[in-house]
Design a protein around this ligand. Structure first.
Ligand SMILES: [Zn+2]
Length: 306
């Protein structure tokens, strides 16, 4: 029995780029260095964002970089029954309520939070007369949370400042990322969530869901994201180039160097058969989350020199 189960859960909105590939490498390395399992889940719940062929492309890229996964690939688009079941459980426990408010109405209440307007609690005790429930929100019952991140240490959060009661099923009927992620991570038996630090603010919301479902939460490790020249997170939406599948060893070496694996030359250009497996084997032996940089990783550092 392994004590570690991790996962990588990309959104199939385009090919992997240097940023999402770095996330895959960190997550794979953390799992494999502890003889853990590593699952692959395609987070395609938000169908409008899903691009045809992107999931297959992601699988081929992971394969080219030697990042093998365990078991079948799961798809959030096939998991709706499980989300509905969890929602029913939360309803039975009185943890959720229907909300009639539009985005504009929430903003008009004028409570500024860390990620935008805070929900003013309008429908907490029932939808106002004459209005219809659109979305479903989870009660943010516990306001203050402390998260122990394996890299960052103890981090405190105020769920109220993060928006208060939050949407778990959107007005368009789509289950929200927060609920889908927790339900799927429980189903996969995930013990360790390893992902970019841009998702750190999700932790208290997900802890609230774990608590409401009566399930212990996983361990967390958040790593720095790769940023473009404009200092924003490297993203498909802003034109990040797909990670090459031709001679992947050079990019893999630069990623390993950037995430703190010692003894890797960032100018490495080996192309011998087995070079990817050799790099990954070395990285597994020397992997230590404490060596992750604290600052974001500039994308330029992952590009070939000259
Ligand atoms: Zn409301």
């Amino acid at each position: 029995m392994t004590a570690y189960t991790g996962r990588f859960a990309p959104t199939p909105s385009g090919p992997l780029h240097a940023g999402s590939l770095t996330a895959a490498v960190v997550s794979w390395l953390d799992a494999r260095s502890q003889q853990g399992k590593w699952h692959l889940r395609i987070d395609d719940i938000d169908r409008p964002r899903t691009v045809a062929g992107a999931a297959d492309d992601i699988l081929r890229t992971l394969d080219a970089y030697g990042l093998g996964w365990d078991g079948p690939v799961s798809h959030q688009s096939e998991r709706e029954a499980a989300y509905r079941e969890s929602l029913a459980l939360l309803e039975a426990r009185g943890m959720v309520f229907a909300c009639a408010c539009s985005r504009q109405e929430v903003a008009a209440a004028g409570i500024a939070g860390l990620e935008g307007p805070v929900y003013p609690g309008t429908c907490r005790r029932g939808v106002p007369p004459g209005r219809k429930g659109r979305s479903i929100r989870l009660r943010a019952d516990q306001r203050y949370w402390t998260v122990t991140d394996r890299g960052l240490g103890t981090v405190g959060f105020d769920l109220e400042r993060l928006g208060g009661d939050f949407v778990i099923r959107r007005a368009d009927g789509v289950f929200a990322y927060q609920l889908a992620t927790v339900v799927d991570d429980i189903a996969l038996g995930v013990t360790d969530v390893v992902r970019g630090i841009d998702l750190l603010g999700s932790v208290p919301r997900q802890l609230q869901i774990y608590q409401a479902l009566g399930h212990p939460p996983p361990r967390y490790l958040h790593h720095p994201v790769v940023i473009a020249a404009n200092r924003l997170k490297l993203a498909k939406s802003t034109g990040a180039a797909p990670a090459t599948r031709q001679q992947p060893a050079a990019l893999l070496a630069r990623i390993l160097n950037a995430i703190g694996v010692p003894g890797i030359d960032p100018g490495f250009r080996g192309s011998k058969p087995g070079v990817i497996d050799d790099l990954l084997a070395h990285a597994q032996r020397h992997w230590s989350p404490e060596r992750l940089p604290t600052a974001p990783i500039p994308a330029a550092r992952l590009q070939p020199a000259g």
